[in-house]
Design a protein around this ligand. Structure first.
Ligand code: AMP
Length: 212
């Protein structure tokens, strides 16, 4: 099963991607997580990516494509994957299609988690993260104990690029560069829209009923 998650930043696609990965036993591949891990480790890639991420801009396609193609070559991708945050531009989507075609392969679904812009700022400012990978929202997906991760007991924090001044820029790059992917995958016949404004568990049920 090969799935691409689409949706504005803060729409909840990462939360859904993790649940899909667990249920269907496929890896959850988030380019944002890979960049953040590189930043934490202080790698050259991390240093380059940080310059763009801190400005709310997309990392250039060349860097992103090298990174993701390397990730696809790992053994755990043999049965598919759920992609979260990739592709984010038409050239990235075309490169993915070409890489799959070269192996006589294709994507199964592109799932668009649809949340109107008016909700996005609220979504992003309420998002809380944990070092262990846990993600929460103070209103829509709160941890059992405020500020503490349900999974590991770690202290939750706000991502640097979820701060108000960066959020608007991320939303601009979403509209300019990523939203066109909805039409791209619609034309490929694999686009599925789900309402992302309902409860997280309901969003997941709706996704499961689409992918079977
Ligand atoms: P995310 O965690 O998916 O919201 O990604 C955080 C940031 O990482 C984005 O705002 C971009 O700066 C960068 N990023 C993640 N994935 C990509 C991608 N596929 N192409 C370009 N930049 C990306």
């Amino acid at each position: 099963m090969k799935i691409v998650m689409l949706g504005a930043p803060g729409a909840g696609k990462g939360t859904q991607a993790k649940q899909i990965a667990a249920k269907y036993q496929i890896p959850h591949i988030s380019t944002g997580d890979i960049f953040r891990a590189n930043i934490k480790e202080g790698t050259e890639l991390g240093k380059k990516a940080k310059e763009y991420m801190d400005q709310g801009q997309l990392v250039p396609d060349s860097l992103t494509l090298d990174l993701i193609m390397d990730r696809f070559s790992k053994d755990d991708c043999a049965n598919g994957y759920v992609l979260d945050g990739f592709p984010r531009t038409i050239p990235q989507a075309e490169a993915l299609t070409a890489a799959l075609n070269a192996k006589n392969d294709k994507l199964d679904f592109a799932i668009n988690v649809d949340v109107p812009d008016s909700n996005i700022v609220d979504r992003m400012s309420g998002r809380r993260m944990c070092k262990c990978g846990g993600t929460y929202h103070v209103k829509y997906n709160p941890p059992k104990k405020e500020g503490i991760c349900d999974l590991c007991g770690g202290e939750l924090y706000i991502r640097d690029d979820d701060k108000a001044e960066i959020v608007a820029k991320r939303l601009d790059s979403y509209h300019a560069q990523t939203q066109p992917l909805i039409d791209y995958y619609d034309a490929e016949g694999i686009l599925k829209n789900v309402d992302g404004t309902v409860n997280v568990d309901v969003v997941f049920q709706n996704i499961c009923s689409i992918i079977g």
